[in-house]
Design a protein around this ligand. Structure first.
Ligand SMILES: Nc1ncnc2c1ncn2[C@@H]1O[C@H](COP(=O)(O)OP(=O)(O)OP(=O)(O)O)[C@@H](O)[C@H]1O
Ligand SMILES: [Mg+2]
Length: 262
């Protein structure tokens, strides 16, 4: 008999197995397992209430799981608090913009670096005193096209620019994996193209789990799509396969023709 060759499992950028979350008697996530390969952008789509934000919250440590395991690279992060997951390389953005509006872009970016710096800095030390932090904030601002707005209060920026700040906050801790929850939500038509281009730029060279209802963006940016319904994963496939799937069309996409971006 030929000896069996054991194939080594490739290490995923992020991987979860059997995540279940309950809010009282309501089962928001039921046994969800997902792998995010390094360098991939995986879009997570599904109707309102499907459990997409809850999954992002469970992965980032904001809601407690009743069951499940999460690995970031080869580290088990299942029982780590939010800030330790962030320090380990997990970045996230929020469905509802989550910024200090009266502070400037630069101040917001500096503050966002705390998870990493708290590991080795006393908490009372001024954020501004951390070496390299202002430099990192400037690099990130350039990456998200905010160099000109660095010293403006966030409240003065357009919605599209505020979304760029949100992305910047997630990038400050130098994450290997980014969880983005509807980064285009609330962005007006005039800014949508620029914000999509920004997303496309930011995802390159990173591993991204992207929750988004804007199917144009999903078709343009995602390597693969996962469809979630009722707290469970219905299907995973290429954008083309998912958009042609009759069940996905019936339950989420409707009959509208969605064609992959050229
Ligand atoms: N903290 C909470 N307490 C109770 N129920 C919650 C809580 N958070 C979410 N839910 C419920 O869990 C379900 C999943 O919500 P979730 O926000 O994950 O959906 P979603 O897929 O992100 O939807 P949307 O596309 O509208 O953002 C919904 O029925 C929601 O009402
Ligand atoms: Mg949501």
């Amino acid at each position: 008999m030929a000896p069996q060759v054991m194939q080594a499992q490739p290490i995923q950028a992020l991987s979860c197995q059997g995540i279940s979350v309950r809010f009282g008697h309501f089962q928001a996530l039921n046994n969800v397992s997902l792998d995010l390969p390094p360098g991939q952008t995986l879009a997570l789509i599904g109707p309102n209430g499907a459990g997409k934000t809850t999954l992002i919250n469970a992965l980032s440590g904001r809601v407690a799981m009743v069951a499940g395991r999460i690995q970031l690279g080869d580290a088990d992060i299942s029982s780590m608090p939010v800030h330790r997951r962030a320090a380990a390389g997990l970045g996230r953005s929020f469905q509802i913009i989550n910024i200090f509006e009266q502070m400037t872009v630069l101040e917001n970016l500096r503050l966002a670096a705390q998870p990493r710096h708290f590991r080795r800095q006393p908490f009372w030390r001024s954020v501004a005193a951390w070496p390299g932090l202002a430099e990192r904030a400037r690099q990130v601002a350039a990456e998200v096209s905010l160099e000109a707005e660095l010293d403006l209060p966030v409240a003065m920026l357009s919605h599209g620019k505020q979304r760029a700040v949100e992305l910047g906050l997630a990038l400050m801790t130098e994450p290997s994996v980014l969880l983005l929850d509807e980064p285009l939500a609330g962005v007006g038509q005039a800014e949508i193209e620029a914000t999509m281009a920004l997303l496309d730029r930011v995802r390159r060279g990173r591993s991204v789990l992207l929750v988004e209802h804007n199917m144009d963006a999903v078709m343009r940016i995602a390597d693969e799509i996962v469809v979630m319904i009722g707290g469970e994963i219905l299907m995973r496939g290429t954008p083309d396969a998912v958009c042609r799937d009759p069940e996905v069309r019936r339950l989420y996409l409707g009959s509208e023709e969605i064609v992959p971006y050229a």
